[in-house]
Design a protein around this ligand. Sequence first.
Ligand SMILES: Cc1cc2nc3c(=O)[nH]c(=O)nc-3n(C[C@H](O)[C@H](O)[C@H](O)COP(=O)(O)O)c2cc1C
Length: 219
Amino acid sequence: MQIDPKALDAASRYKLMIGGIVPRPIALVSTIGPGPEGVVNIAPFSFFAGVGSDPMMLLLCPANNGSGGEKDTLRNAKPVSEGGTGEFVVHICPDRLARKMAACAEPLAYGQSEAELAGLTLTASAVVKPMRVVESPLAFECVTRQVIRTNPGVPAGGNIVLGEVVSVYADEGLINERYHVDPAMLDAIGRMGGLEYCRTRDRFELPMGRAALEGTAER
Ligand SMILES: Cc1cc2nc3c(=O)[nH]c(=O)nc-3n(C[C@H](O)[C@H](O)[C@H](O)COP(=O)(O)O)c2cc1C
């Protein structure tokens, strides 16, 4: 079967993407509204990826909301020149944080904090203004370098928020002296299609290239 995305309705296109591009890592993102009264906003995003390590860049994709407007995360994280604060913090979500993370997807009015709703503990970040979520063992503090809008003003249109990591927080013991992250301690979850998630407790190793074809593993 071959599918022409243009022949599908928006909901079917979305289902093909979230059910097919799996598992997706989850960025629990904190931002702060512009101005002195800026309220902390927290929301999860699974259209999220690393971009490069020199400089250390990552991206996340807050789609336009149902009326074509910007979600609060984009509104806050976009560069200062576009009316935002130009900063955000990405937190990796361990299994024990799953419920609170999902609660943060509640569409609250702009200026109301999901942290309070979900019962998350916030503390000052090292470099950027948006607060860090204490319950996450690994957090990337970012400065927004660019926002790319793929269909501005249209519901479900995409936006890429490109951020440079300016500081990394890791719980004691999560990272060894060679900067290997302990996957068991991180215990990250991923998002699947629909309302499903997966754990990262079933892992295996393979060498890269030709060597991957050698050996006796049953896969
Ligand atoms: C696990 C998970 C992943 C999500 N991933 C995305 C995503 O990649 N892009 C998106 O626009 N919304 C995503 N959402 C929905 C947003 O979190 C939701 O729209 C949220 O209310 C946006 O908050 P904000 O308006 O405060 O930015 C996701 C929700 C969950 C629970």
